[in-house]
Ligand binder design. Structure first.
Ligand code: NDP
Length: 270
């Protein structure tokens, strides 16, 4: 039996084992996927210990270890290099290969929601790890400009300087935003609106997308709807799509995602 795991702390809430079991069933694979609550001082040893098992194929990594997993990887994909963080690891011939599939997950979920990215302007709220992971995949998918809006201006500026691409700039939250407004802050985890967000941000908004997912529309989604956003979505679809990209890296199979999103949505609303 092929073995997989997700490392994080806390990890009890993670939907990854459920998502990957559903993928495995649909792809006729026999897998075991575990949650591993790693210790702050022992994360690297625990990952190495996991891969000592000859049946171990790959693992996901989540908060707060994505940056440490990046340091562990011998070979990294472009998305991981820009983000300096990764969420997917596998070990081949003694080397750790690292990937960041978050951006691909977002782009694929937007496509599934029928949102075209070609020539669009994006306002990205937040300048943390999640924001870092999606900038280049959005640009590579045809987005024209990404405006970074962050509570701590210096962090937004540092991210823009690091990306060093004229299509990525710092913006203020009370300016008119782009056609796509993405909330990559963790404010919704605390049922809060991202600090400083103003109604004008949604003047031209076709889609307000919150990376956090919940059983109910988040405060950000409700606010966006109130101030004119045509559509709103939460990050459940992104979660499933980033998992599908990881599953493909590990197994070569492309699992169908529509039913998995529907099943998780139904479970969340119970
Ligand atoms: P980080 O801790 O790296 O960054 C958090 C960001 O949120 C910072 O820019 C911070 O601003 C900002 N922020 C936090 N609270 C507020 C607030 N009240 N008002 C305004 N800004 C705020 O977290 P990550 O980037 O790793 O993750 C962010 C969120 O994205 C998480 O909630 C996570 O669950 C979600 N996520 C979802 C995924 C999915 O598949 N659906 C994938 C990855 C992440 P400042 O710099 O000022 O502190």
């Amino acid at each position: 039996m092929k073995k997989f795991a997700v490392f994080g702390n806390p990890i009890a809430h993670s939907l990854s084992p459920d998502i990957h079991q559903m993928f495995a069933e649909s792809c006729d694979q026999d897998i075991q996927y575990s949650r591993i609550c790693a210790g702050e001082d022992t994360f690297e040893d625990e990952v190495r210990g996991f891969f000592d098992d000859p049946n171990a194929v790959g693992c996901n990594v989540t908060v707060p270890f994505k940056t440490r997993a990046f340091v562990m990887a011998d070979v990294k994909d472009d998305a991981a290099c820009v983000a300096r963080a990764l969420n997917t690891l596998m070990k081949v011939d003694g080397k750790y290969f690292g990937y960041n599939t978050d951006g691909m997950g977002l782009v694929r979920d937007l496509a599934a929601l029928d949102i075209s990215l070609q020539g669009k302007q994006v306002s990205l709220l937040g300048a943390g790890g999640a924001a870092r992971g999606v900038i280049m995949p959005l640009l590579n998918a045809g987005v024209e400009k990404v405006a970074i809006i962050n509570r701590t201006l210096a962090k937004a500026q540092a991210l823009v300087d690091e990306v060093a691409d004229t299509r990525v700039q710092v913006a203020s939250p009370d300016q008119a935003g782009g056609q796509l407004i993405i909330n990559s802050t963790s404010a919704s985890l605390h049922h809060e609106l991202p600090q400083g967000v103003a109604p004008t941000l949604f003047t031209r908004c076709e889609m307000a997308y919150d990376m956090v997912y919940a059983s109910q529309p988040t405060s950000f989604m409700k606010y966006a709807c109130e101030y004119g956003a045509e559509n709103q979505a939460d990050g459940l679809g992104m979660l499933v799509e980033q998992a599908a990209a990881a599953f493909h890296i590990w197994t070569g199979c492309n699992p169908a995602t529509f039913d998995v999103k529907e099943r998780l949505r139904a479970r969340l609303s119970q």
